[in-house]
Every structure is written in C-alpha cells, then in structure tokens.
Design a protein around this ligand. Structure first.
Ligand code: GLN
Length: 202
C-alpha cells in the first residue's frame, strides 16, 4: 500500500471533518470540495449526510451539480452516506418537488423512510465485501432504498425490526451509498472499502 489517493469531501453541509479523518485513517489524503476547481484535484468524492434538500439547492447555486454529475458518469468513484445516498439516486420519493439529485445509481430512495418515531437508531449491518462482522450502522432520519435496477448490487440490508430486509447499502459500478453514517463511528471499514475502489480506478 503505497498510494494515498486524494479524495474530496463535498463541504456544503454535514459531517465533513469526520469523513476526512476516517479517509485519512483508511490510508487516503482528503480535502474539502467547496468549488468546481476542487473536483479536478481529487480522484474520489464523498458526499456526506446532512439535509439533502439543502445540499442539492446549494450545490446548484454553487455550480457544483453539473461537475458532480459529470464526475459520476465519467467513472470517478463516489460514496454517499445518508443525504449523500439521496444525492446519488436516480429517483427519490418524499423529496421536495424541485429537489435535484446528482443521480447515477439506478435506484429509488425514500427519504426519512424509517418514520418520525424512529428518528435515529443503531443496528449491525452485514456488508458484502466487508469482513470482520456486522458494521455498526448509525441511522439518522435515514433513507432506505425502495427499488433497484438490474445492475445495482445490494451490499447490505437491515437485519431486524420492522424495517427488516430493507436495502441500506448499494453499489452501482463506481458509485456506492449507505443509508447510515460510518463517519460517526470509529470503524474505518467502509472508508477502507471506498479508498480501495479509488485506488483500483486510478
Ligand atoms: N433526512 C435527510 C435528508 O433527507 C438525511 C438525513 C441524514 O443525512 N442524516 O436529506
């Protein structure tokens, strides 16, 4: 392991610092993405959680939407957590009528899917391609994936409770998304998986 790819974290809102430290712990270099020029400096991109309606509105205003769409379709590895998952979805349910997404993953994502009474919860999620036991999933007003296209790979599902079986982690070629927030745990495994994707793509 010699290469430390430079990965950008979209820095409009959300847990930007936490993603940066886990990316560094996983062997990458990391920087915030605040403007279009930053996208050219990175070989992978993380879209953090936050409020997807706000993030997408500000991304449009900042002129970041089209460059991010271009990166997604050109094969740049992108990882979205929670609101970031919503941003990577081709279709959303319970979004704002004017809510734009970057898109790229052939899936329908439902916002705030777990219901108001379950604002946040934690649960172990078995993830395809990630060893070492269930991943500690922290869900905060999280979306789930309601439907996927034929080429989308399911990486993880909720394993218990009323949402049992719901898809919460997916991969579509260069794009991955989780409903939960690995950046709020000390567990680097999802970030390591993503850093490896970025290395492979280089
Ligand atoms: N509910 C938020 C949204 O729709 C996502 C929550 C999160 O990222 N923790 O954007």
């Amino acid at each position: 392991m010699t290469s430390a790819p430079m990965i950008g974290v979209l820095a409009i809102q959300g847990a930007v610092r936490e993603h940066i430290s886990l990316l560094e712990a996983a062997g990458a270099q990391a920087m915030p993405i605040r403007q279009t020029a930053d996208i050219a400096k990175v070989t992978g991109i993380v879209l953090p959680g936050g409020e997807s309606t706000t993030i997408s509105k500000l991304a449009v205003i900042d002129g970041l939407m089209e460059p991010l769409r271009a990166a997604a379709s050109e094969g740049v590895p992108i990882y979205g957590s929670c609101a970031g998952m919503i941003l990577l979805a081709d279709r959303i349910l319970d979004g704002r009528p004017d809510q734009e997404t970057i898109g790229g993953i052939d899936m329908t994502v439902r916002r705030n899917a777990f219901g108001r009474q379950v604002d946040s919860f934690e649960g172990g999620i078995d993830l395809v391609g990630i060893d070492g036991g269930p991943f500690p999933g922290i869900f905060i007003r999280a979306p789930w994936v309601e439907e996927i296209g034929p080429k989308v790979e399911v990486l993880g599902r909720v394993g218990a409770g009323t949402a049992n079986g719901r898809i919460v982690a997916v991969r579509d070629r260069n794009l991955i998304a989780t409903s939960f927030h690995p950046e709020l745990t000390g567990d680097t495994r999802v970030h390591q998986y993503f850093v490896e994707m970025v290395r492979q793509a280089a």
